[in-house]
Write a protein that binds this ligand. Structure first.
Ligand SMILES: Nc1ncnc2c1ncn2[C@@H]1O[C@H](COP(=O)(O)OP(=O)(O)OP(=O)(O)O)[C@@H](O)[C@H]1O
Length: 305
């Protein structure tokens, strides 16, 4: 029995059309399933929390973007009892990109119905103000999070999705944010031991997977099953230099550039002099001055091929 959690509004409304294709295939093959459609933000978390609270074994299949996936992961009560399948219908699809899950919904479905390989994926947790939020792909503060905050209200996501260029949403918004964002002092503590300060920080990205923002390989060597988090800090650059550096991250070739700093750890605390935008998997977490990110004790089984 599969439980599908569907965001019909993902990829600016294409999620529903894609679901109809998947649904037809499920019916044709007489697969036993239930389907839940999200109607508003965070509803997937509430639904999954209730669904998984009895601790029985389940296969949850998310049909949506990285945001819906994040909401589902945040609702899972007994991760050891859950297997996750994913049909990517978002704009950025960094989770799918990293695991090689196909964008073609029927091919992605086929993998879920005939699973060959599952990965025990690390699940990240961000802690702030006594609250906790899980993340699958990444969490961040500063410029990259400001882009995620703007994406929620930006018309560009809708326009680019309509012309099949949705994966460029975050790149286009980044150009706009660059004009509005300034640097700020960052202080990073790695594994409660090593401390590093950056007087002119642009952003810090805590990566479980190698890429975020629609294919920016910020930490190209990050692995979602190595028990570690990779951290990128970009600082000390002028805005034009940042603009020149970022496109290289699309190929993971930015790592030796001036102002780019990479770390690997199990736990990181990030403090900033001013309150800055924060995100988990592209979902805004308002403005914060400080958060800690680490890996949860129990990994999550994900069907990848
Ligand atoms: N029925 C709905 N109507 C409007 N928004 C919804 C609905 N269901 C979920 N959402 C919200 O939509 C947001 C984005 O969803 P999702 O990530 O699935 O798609 P996307 O934005 O197209 O993709 P990506 O996150 O990869 O850019 C999430 O914050 C989610 O809470």
């Amino acid at each position: 029995m599969y439980t599908f959690i569907i965001n019909p509004h993902s990829r600016s409304g294409k999620g529903l059309t894609i679901w109809h294709t998947v649904e037809a295939q499920l019916e044709q093959r007489q697969i036993c399933y239930t389907a839940f459609f999200t109607k508003y933000q965070r509803q997937a978390t509430t639904y999954v929390r209730k669904l998984t609270s009895d601790g029985s074994s389940r296969v949850l299949v998310v049909l949506g973007g990285d945001g819906t996936l994040n909401e589902v992961i945040n609702g899972i009560c007994f991760p050891e009892r859950v297997t996750l399948g994913y049909i990517p219908t978002g704009s950025s699809n960094d989770f799918a990109r990293s695991f090689g899950i196909p964008n073609d919904p029927l091919r992605a479905l086929e993998i879920i119905l005939n699973p060959g390989r599952t990965v025990h994926m690390d699940v990240g947790t961000m802690s702030y103000e006594g609250k906790h939020r899980r993340f699958a792909v990444s969490a961040g503060i500063g410029f990259d999070a400001a882009i995620c905050h703007e994406a929620v209200v930006s018309k560009w996501k809708r326009i680019l999705n309509r012309i099949h260029l949705g994966k460029f949403t975050y790149a286009v918004i980044a150009l706009h944010r660059l004009l509005l964002t300034s640097t700020c002092p960052f202080h990073i503590v790695l594994d409660d031991e090593k401390e590093v300060s950056f007087p002119k920080g642009w952003f810090a990205a805590v990566m479980n997977h190698p890429c975020e923002g629609g294919g920016f390989y910020f930490c190209p060597d990050a692995r979602p099953d190595d028990g570690q988090l990779d951290v990128l800090v970009v600082s000390g650059l002028k805005a034009p230099a940042l603009l020149l550096t970022l496109p290289f991250a699309l190929f993971g070739k930015h790592t030796k550039f001036h102002g780019v700093h990479l770390f690997r750890c199990k736990k990181v605390s990030i403090h900033t002099a001013s309150a800055l935008p924060v995100h988990t998997d592209g979902e805004p977490v308002f403005l914060q001055r400080c958060f800690t990110a680490s890996i949860e004790a129990c990994p999550l089984k994900v069907i990848v091929s």
